[in-house]
Design a protein. Structure first.
Lengths: 313, 334, 509
């Protein structure tokens, strides 16, 4: 029982501790402007991680979201000059839905494990992104409409924060209060029993992968808004970041047990660390080190806890 | 060359023993390429393919063992960058052979570290090696402050770029290691224990297999083989840096899985991994020779992977249809 | 009485084997109808056909007078048939309520939002209908096996099944839990449900069923009223031959062999499992250990093999005190272990027959300082045990997962024996094995004891334990309450000791 509480709330503890450490080292970190900065940066990973939480709760992974992210930036970069912001955004969403559905169909109809299936589509989708832009950047420097996503605000709150809040509230509601949420947990817990129990497993799986792709499109839109460029090379390793946030947030790797808010806190934590390290003047690579070390810390704490429990029993 | 009966029987047995589908795929692919492109009738093309296949293939040998026991290691690419940097940095001072030994040992040490996380501390391999994926590369960056290291003496760069008696040197390493690897897997108690663990952890425990120790050794093997691969690759590139070969782990895992080793463990073949690595290298070379757009190449590789992975699914599907047809025929004829 | 189900001339073949051949019989509405037969008799195939998982090649199923096409699980459910499989189909991370209603959760009219209160109430209503001991919001993974079975039964009720098929429902239950199940079955029957009960345990058929159908080799043998049958009669129908020599002759009684204690245990204790256990086993003796589930008998056996650590006490092998901290120690001391769950912890499914048999002793079959496995010696080992145990397989490189259950168990046995153990520990050795193969294994145990090997058997099958053992220990709540010999080895005495109502140890005689 203690183990479960630990698993759920570990990340909150670490986040608090880290925030405390950085607050001492760089008092700037608690300034209003910086907090807004952090929340904005966190949005990109957080939103995609919300989708990934559904995937992992359902017992699988989506390794292709980094490539979907890239495709989104390319689509927006190429189409905004011609179709305007909202038209291109709609198309990007449609493309994302299609890519997610293809993932789902491959997994269900060809009976391939999610890991290897999305590993393959990760390669294919990125290839498609590069073909579409022929490897060039698609810049939007003169089409600043898209800045509304990262530069504007709604009722004084920056758009990314509002967007993240909406996505997570929706994710939580779906997870906890809809049949879909129960069925995702069911599939992640025991897929054969779910099938025998009459759940439309294939349909639900496809839906899960559509969710991960759509959240990737939203993240991609935020990223394009920040960079004002569409490029087929962005997002490499993005899927692992989303997975990292999801797992650190307390979602169980074996499926059936997800933690939506934990994912949000974990994404924030990772961004706080990046931000803190930046303010301390350390280069980006240290963030990777930090990410890895937090993982190790989490794992060690978990193992030690487990070993203690076993020794006692 | 006529084989006598026992030898022919043995050859047939070897052929049927484990799914050699990938071998057929490779031979057919080569045949098709040779028929449609004159460069594929030139021995130098094949030598180049064999060379290229070694860079992923060597690490894939170690990964085969790891996957057979039911684990896998996502940190291989990051380990590679760190080990490559170590190799290039010290080879000038240690000389070639001590340098190779040193980098292999260093790789093994990294493997032990991974192994401790997974096997002794009992963390899921996915998460533990994901963590190390970040850490190894970060360490590599910090140690080199982001700058590449170089070493251009021919006695070093010949390892990756040279040939011995016409055969590319990396490929010689590859073949030797494949022979050693397959021997260990099939003909030693160690290999049997690895297969046993992949089949059933509980049953292995009851049979007296030291599970924790074996799993640790698998990761150590992965590290050691990655060390050799790092040596070959950094030799080929005359340099090493912390950003090299991002995504390498996926190439390695893909080669192992394409060769028929299942991710759930319990069965596998080093020889098949060998063939699969060559297949990948052939595919890449062929696409270059056919002037396939380099971006399209990725799409092709992804599709090939999907096709290969779904083969088990397709094979099952086909077998089911054949069985149904046979059943109906049997019923109809009574 | 009306027929709930009429099975007409059902035939089903798989490649190489005819599972069912022209089977016809009927099941009356509202009765508890047992179906028995050896493994391979076709009962589980028939059950899967009724459950919509397989389709028969020929023949029909008639339900309530109309021909039913059960092409899928959904269609079977639509015909109000519900199957409770031995491996439950439950999702551990979901609650009881969610498991029951997972395909059909109550939602609000215009939005896909769950109505949690309605879910809870409807679950409670189902649970109360059978007076089950469940809480709707409990997570299934925290439930004991009997409770999980109750969830399955509640699920069947929810689907408004009128025909409930139970596959080996008592396989993981013991004692009072079995009685509770009988109660539930009687309640279901009183509500007009038809129960199809498939079991290996003949005693239960006589406890709970109205009529029984016997299948053998895919063919229908007979359907009879249970009241007019004896157990022997049923076994005869199942096996098709006289099985008076079913159990081997009593093994050499003590005294016939020099009383050399192969294994002795003194004040062995493991907190929470067993306490101050002392006994010894002589060479050639077959010691049975009886007890209810949870009595500690399994842990005790596992402790003797190093699978479970002990807090205090002493173990002696061949008179010498030893430490058995893990299976390697045990193997080195010549102790072998055969598990009950061969699929999970016995066989290496993807590995060959040859590799399965040789694994424990693989190091002895090597040359060049243990680095090179000598395939010829491996083959010789396999040949030796094929002869000894009458193993049946297609080729030495056949993957073990394709063998029959009985052969798989024999392979597990071979592997343990290959290490030339002097002491063999067996945990439920004949679980899930058909009558024919069981007889072979009993014969084998007799032979092994004649060779001087000490055998310790833990089994829930009392008749088996009684017939095979020369001495029986009974365990209750971690302590030995009975050490029985000779005439004392019979069911009543054992059950009394097993439930703690009697103590019959050396001191009490």
């Amino acid at each position: 029982m203690l183990g479960r509480i630990w698993e759920r709330y570990f990340i909150y503890l670490v986040a608090a501790v880290m925030l405390g450490v950085f607050a001492i080292l760089t008092p700037n970190i608690l300034s209003g402007a910086n907090i807004i900065n952090v929340l904005t940066n966190a949005a990109t990973v957080a939103i995609a991680a919300a989708g990934m939480t559904f995937a992992i709760t359902g017992g699988g992974f989506d390794l292709s979201i980094g490539s979907t992210l890239a495709i989104t930036t390319c689509v927006l970069g190429r189409l905004i000059p011609e179709l305007g912001l909202w038209g291109s955004f709609a198309i990007a969403l449609a493309v994302g839905t299609l890519l997610g559905a293809v993932n789902g169909i491959i997994i269900t109809k060809f009976q391939i494990q999610t890991f290897v299936a999305t590993l393959s589509t990760m390669i294919i989708y990125r290839g498609l992104a590069l073909i579409y832009t022929q490897g060039h950047d698609a810049t939007l420097y003169s089409y600043l409409d898209i800045k509304v996503f990262t530069g504007g605000d709604i009722l004084g709150v920056p758009v990314p924060i509002v967007l993240t809040a909406c996505v997570f509230l929706l994710a939580f509601a779906v997870y906890r209060w809809t049949p879909f949420g129960v069925q995702v947990r069911s599939i992640g817990s025991n897929i054969t029993a779910s099938r025998v129990s009459g759940i439309p497993v294939d349909r639900t799986l496809i839906a899960i992968f559509v969710v991960t792709s759509v959240t990737a499109v939203l993240s991609g839109t935020l990223l394009t808004s920040q960079l004002l460029t569409g490029n087929g090379r962005v997002g490499q390793g993005f899927e692992l970041e989303a997975i990292t946030a999801t797992i650190l947030g307390g979602t169980s790797l074996s499926g059936g047990r997800g933690n939506i808010w934990g994912t949000l806190v974990a994404a924030l934590l990772l961004t706080i660390i990046a931000n803190g390290l930046n303010l301390l003047g350390l280069p980006d690579q240290y963030q990777r080190l930090a990410k890895g070390l937090i993982f190790i810390l989490a794992l060690t704490a978990d193992s030690v806890g487990r070993l203690i429990r076993e020794r006692r029993s | 060359m006529k084989l006598n009966v026992p030898a022919r029987a043995a050859l047939l047995a070897w052929f049927n023993a484990r799914e050699r589908g990938i071998l057929f795929a490779l031979l057919i692919f080569w045949a098709v390429c040779a028929a449609t492109n004159p460069m594929f009738r030139d021995i130098s093309t094949y030598l180049s393919i064999l060379r290229e296949s070694s860079f992923v293939g060597v690490a894939a040998i170690g990964m085969t063992f790891c996957i057979i026991t039911g684990d896998f290691d996502l940190s291989v690419g990051s380990m590679l960058s760190l080990l490559g940097i170590a190799m290039v940095a010290m080879v000038g001072r240690t000389g070639l052979v001590p340098g190779i030994l040193a980098v292999t040992l260093l790789g093994a040490a990294c493997g032990v570290f991974n192994g401790v996380l997974v096997s002794r501390l009992r963390n899921p391999a996915f998460i533990a090696t994901l963590a190390m994926y970040y850490i190894y590369r970060a360490v590599a960056y910090i140690v080199t402050t982001g700058k590449p290291v170089e070493f251009q003496e021919p006695w070093f760069t010949d390892m990756g770029n040279g040939s011995v008696a016409g055969i590319p040197t990396p490929f010689l390493f590859f073949v030797v290691l494949v022979v050693v690897g397959t021997y260990v897997l099939r003909r030693t108690p160690f290999g049997r224990a690895a297969l046993a663990i992949g089949n059933s952890v509980r049953a292995s425990q009851i049979s007296g297999v030291r599970i924790a120790r074996m799993r640790m050794l698998m990761f150590t093997l992965v590290g050691a083989f990655t060390g050799v691969a790092a040596m070959l690759i950094s030799s080929r590139m005359w340099s090493a840096n912390s950003g090299m070969k991002v995504g390498y782990e996926f190439d390695v895992i893909a080669a192992v899985v394409l060769g028929g080793t299942s991710l759930s463990g319990g069965k596998g073949s080093v020889v098949n991994t060998f063939v699969a690595s060559i297949f990948f290298a052939s595919l890449n070379t062929a696409m270059n020779m056919f002037h396939v757009d380099s971006y399209m190449q990725r799409v092709v590789i992804g599709i090939v992977l999907l096709f290969a992975f779904s083969l088990t699914g397709i094979r099952g599907f086909v077998a089911e249809r054949v069985r149904l047809r046979r059943e109906r025929a049997a019923v109809a004829s009574t | 009485m009306a027929d709930a189900i009429e099975i007409r001339s059902i035939t089903k073949t798989f490649p190489g084997v005819t599972a069912l051949s022209d089977v016809s019989f009927s099941i009356h509405a509202g009765e508890v109808h047992a179906v028995v037969g050896e493994n391979g008799a076709g009962k589980s195939t028939l059950m899967k056909i009724l459950g919509g998982v397989y389709q028969a090649d020929r023949g029909e199923i008639v339900i309530d007078g109309a021909v039913a096409h059960l092409r899928s699980v959904q269609e079977a459910v639509a015909h109000r048939i519900s199957v409770i499989y031995q491996e439950f189909n439950l999702m551990p991370e979901l609650t009881v309520a969610e498991n029951i209603f997972v395909a059909d959760l109550p939602t609000r009219r215009f939005l896909p939002l769950l109505r949690m209160k309605a879910l809870r109430e409807r679950t409670r209503e189902l649970i109360d209908r059978l007076s089950l001991d469940l809480s709707p919001s409990a997570l299934v993974k925290n439930l004991s096996v009997p409770r999980r079975q109750m969830v399955e039964i509640a699920k069947a009720l929810h689907l408004d099944a009128s025909i409930i098929i139970m596959d080996e429902p008592t396989a993981a239950l013991a004692g009072a839990e079995v009685d509770k199940l009988y109660q539930i079955i009687r309640t279901l029957k009183s509500q007009g449900k038809t129960i199809l009960y498939i079991s290996h345990r003949l005693k239960e058929i006589f406890d709970v069923a109205d009529r029984v159908t016997v299948l053998r080799d895919g063919r229908f043998i007979a359907t009879e009223e249970v009241s007019g049958l004896t157990q022997d009669a049923v076994v005869r129908m199942m096996v098709g031959r006289d099985v008076t020599h079913f159990y081997p002759h009593a093994p050499a009684s003590e005294g016939a062999l020099p009383a050399a204690a192969a294994l002795s245990v003194h004040e062995l204790t493991r907190e929470g499992a067993f306490e101050r256990v002392s006994f010894s086993v002589n060479k050639g003796e077959i010691l049975g250990i009886a007890g209810l589930m949870g009595s500690g008998r399994e842990e005790l056996l596992k402790a003797l093999y190093g699978l479970v650590p002990c807090d205090s006490g002493e173990i002696r092998v061949g008179g010498r005190p030893v430490r058995i901290a893990n299976p390697q120690d045990a193997i080195r001391l010549g102790i072998g272990f055969v598990t009950e769950d061969r699929k999970d912890s016995g066989i290496f499914p993807l590995m060959s027959v040859k590799e399965n048999v040789s694994l424990n002793v693989i190091r002895r079959l090597t040359r060049a300082a243990g680095t090179y496995i000598d395939i010829r010696r491996e083959r010789a080992l396999l040949a030796e045990y094929t002869r000894f145990l009458n193993l049946r397989f297609a080729s030495e490189s056949q993957q073990v997962m394709y063998l029959s259950g009985g052969n798989q168990q024999k392979i597990v046995l071979s592997r343990a024996l290959a290490a030339e153990c002097g002491i063999l520990l067996l945990l439920e050795p004949t679980r899930g094995i058909d009558v024919g193969a069981k007889a072979e294994i009993y014969q084998l145990l007799g032979e092994l004891s004649r060779k001087g090997i000490a055998l310790v058997i833990v089994s829930s099958d009392l008749p088996e334990l009684i017939a095979v053992s020369s001495r029986v220990l009974v365990v209750w709540q971690g302590r030995i309450t009975g050490e029985l010999r000779g005439a004392d080895i019979e069911e009543n005495t054992i059950m009394q000791c097993a439930t703690g109502s009697r103590q019959l140890t050396r001191g009490e005689r």
